[in-house]
Design a protein around this ligand. Sequence first.
Ligand SMILES: Cc1cc2nc3c(=O)[nH]c(=O)nc-3n(C[C@H](O)[C@H](O)[C@H](O)COP(=O)(O)OP(=O)(O)OC[C@H]3O[C@@H](n4cnc5c(N)ncnc54)[C@H](O)[C@@H]3O)c2cc1C
Length: 442
Amino acid sequence: MSVAASRRIAAALRQPGRTCASAATTSHTSRRRCFSSTGSRQLMETTGFTENELMVREAIGAVCSQFPNTYWQERDETETNPTDFHAALAKDGWLGIALPESYGGAGLGIAEATMMMQTITESGAGMAGAQAIHANVYATQPLAKFGSKEQLEETIPAIISGKVRVCFGVTEPNAGLNTLSLTTAATKTDDGYVVSGQKIWITNAQVASKMILLARTTPQEEATKPSEGLSLFCIPLDKSQPGLELRKIKKMGGRAVDANEVFFDNYKIPASSLVGQAGKGFKMALHGMNAERCLLAGEALGLGYAALGKAAQYARERVVFNRPIGMNQGVAHPLADAFMRLEAAKLATYHAARLYDASKKDSSIRQDAVGVAANSAKYMAAEAAFTACERAVLAHGGMGYAAEYDVERWFRECLVPRIAPVSREMILNYISERVLQLPRSY
Ligand SMILES: Cc1cc2nc3c(=O)[nH]c(=O)nc-3n(C[C@H](O)[C@H](O)[C@H](O)COP(=O)(O)OP(=O)(O)OC[C@H]3O[C@@H](n4cnc5c(N)ncnc54)[C@H](O)[C@@H]3O)c2cc1C
């Protein structure tokens, strides 16, 4: 079913005549009408997007419209996983948007996947909706590139159909952003490995049956280079097996989706779970990181546009001192400014995503250029989203603090793109060092 569905997506998007040029003549009005589940008018300017990107936006918008804001409010309050939302996207093959066609994926690029993630957050689902599927889209990229034929045949179709859910296990409490210092160890045994150590902030670990795990197979002091000695695994996450314990973290936002501390204590994994060559895991994980920054940037944009749309609607309708509050420039100008910040970040985001995709086919595009574009986009989109969400709350006055108006939920969630998967400060460090050639500060 999922394989057929994914092929349908690919075929629909690849019909002859669907070109960038035809996108410019598309009726944006009709696309806008069918998209929003927030009830507010869609704000983002869509001129210049490719036909495929717009088709993805329209199709994902249609799926999301089945999940109104009240659904997400309720999931947030009760902290229940949006399994039916995940299933709805899986049903039509969307989880395989950027996975290879040979394994049932749609074989599209990160630009289309970014549009999918943006459309999800923008629909009102917010970061909870995005996080429900995020790892399935990006953490599977290194697996698809470096996994063996057997691994891909076993996992990719099952991930696309929604039968298997994936989480990504990198962050550790004692390593923080210094990923190279992580200590969770996978030790070789006769018939596989045993894993011992601790991961933190692992999203969806409660509902996932597989984890893409980065663990140390050579102690740091014995590794030839700091980036060597880490290996990538695609492991079963079997909660009934000894040596595995999960503890849910109480968190600020995106409460529908679980985040966890994961404890491994001599947890057995099969030898076949190793992805690619042992010791080269960090480089493989990096493969997915630029893609993830683009997806996160898209998610941030969607959140920002959703919040701004709601704020503009409220500012048109709310009457105080006998006039709509939006007649006051003190209310209107911050919103107009937030719009332009989002539009600028949008250009940076889709530039980065398209550059990432082009670099797969054109070796003259340097990976460090992709890295600069992807990091800059994530930074700018996260900041623009924060500005939009904060101003949306303030434009609502007291009602901005009420769950019913959604903007408080999005405001709580908009901190995530600023923190993860890499913080603002580390992006500033990266640009200082790589672009401005300033001395490394850490
Ligand atoms: C909601 C959520 C979901 C997540 N999901 C996942 C997941 O599924 N899988 C996963 O592996 N991880 C996940 N993470 C973890 C996330 O990637 C990390 O929280 C993030 O990378 C930051 O790491 P840290 O929390 O250890 O921060 P720390 O490394 O402890 O840093 C703390 C602060 O110090 C600053 N800082 C540290 N060093 C420097 C320096 N040299 N210069 C300037 N500033 C510095 C940082 O910028 C940051 O502001 C998630 C996090 C959140 C909040």
